[in-house]
Write a protein that binds this ligand. Structure first.
Ligand code: IYR
Length: 221
C-alpha cells in the first residue's frame, strides 16, 4: 500500500516553565475525577457525548485499524433491559462466582448486585472491541492489539467526559455477552466495558480512598 507522509501538523512546544504549569494543571484536573455510583436523571446534551467520543476516536491504536465500536444508549427501555440482565449476572457474581478474596477487595467500595444507576443515569455507552473486522465478502481482517487500543480509547473517553464536566462509572458486569444482544452488535465484537455517564446525584457519596504515591508506582533507572 502507498503511504503518504506529511510534516507533523499542530505539535505545540511550550517553554519549560509553562510545561511544568500545564502538567500540574492537568494533574489537578484529572485527580478530581471520581467514579460515581449515584447518578442524577438529568439529561446530557448529546453533542457533548459525541464530542467526547471524537476524542476517544483519536486514541493511538494498533496499525490505526481503530478496533472499537461505541453504542450510546439513552432509550429508557434499553437501559432497563441492560439493568435487568446486568443485575442477573451480578447476583451470580456476588452470591456464587466471586471468590472471597475478590469480595474482600471490593468491600471498601460498597458495591453489590443492585445497579439502579443503569436506569437512572441518562446515558450508557457500550464499548466493544473488535479482534477482527469483516471485509465486504465476510472475510476476516485482523486487528492488532485490540484490547490495548480499546483500553486507551476508553481512557481518553473517560478523561474527555470528566473534562467536559460529567461523571462516569466504568461498569464491568461479567460476563458481558448479553450486551451484544441488547445493543445489536455482531458476535465478533467483544463487550469491553459499559460506561455510565451523567451528572452525579445531588447527595452522591464516594468511598474515602487514596491513590498510591509516585514512589510506589514508579521506578527510575
Ligand atoms: N462487576 C461487579 C464487581 C466489581 C468488580 C470490580 I474489579 C470493581 O472495581 C467494582 C465492581 C460490579 O460492577 O459490581
Amino acid at each position: 500500500m502507498d503511504s503518504k507522509f506529511i510534516p507533523l501538523p499542530d505539535f505545540t512546544e511550550f517553554p519549560v516553565a509553562e510545561m511544568q504549569q500545564r502538567s500540574e494543571d492537568f494533574y489537578n484536573q484529572i485527580r478530581r475525577r471520581r467514579t460515581v455510583r449515584e447518578f442524577s436523571d438529568r439529561k446530557v446534551d448529546p453533542r457533548i457525548i459525541d464530542e467526547c467520543l471524537k476524542a476517544a476516536g483519536t486514541a493511538p491504536n494498533g496499525a490505526n485499524l481503530q478496533p472499537w465500536h461505541f453504542v450510546v444508549v439513552t432509550d429508557p427501555g434499553i437501559k432497563s433491559q441492560i439493568r435487568v440482565a446486568a443485575e442477573e449476572e451480578e447476583r451470580e457474581f456476588y452470591n456464587h462466582r466471586a471468590p472471597q478474596e475478590w469480595l474482600d477487595a471490593l468491600a471498601p467500595l460498597g458495591t453489590d448486585e443492585h445497579k439502579p444507576f443503569l436506569e437512572t443515569a441518562p446515558c450508557l455507552i457500550g464499548i466493544f472491541s473488535k479482534a477482527y473486522d469483516l471485509g465486504p465478502t465476510g472475510s476476516r481482517v485482523k486487528n492488532y492489539y485490540a484490547s490495548e487500543s480499546v483500553g486507551i480509547a476508553t481512557g481518553f473517553l473517560i478523561a474527555a467526559l470528566h473534562h467536559a464536566g460529567l461523571a462516569t462509572l466504568t461498569h464491568t458486569p461479567s460476563p458481558m455477552k448479553f450486551l451484544n444482544e441488547i445493543l445489536q452488535r455482531p458476535r465478533h465484537e467483544r463487550a469491553f466495558l459499559l460506561l455510565v455517564v451523567g451528572y452525579p446525584a445531588e447527595n452522591a457519596k464516594v468511598p474515602l480512598i487514596s491513590k498510591k504515591p509516585l514512589n510506589e508506582i514508579v521506578s527510575y533507572l
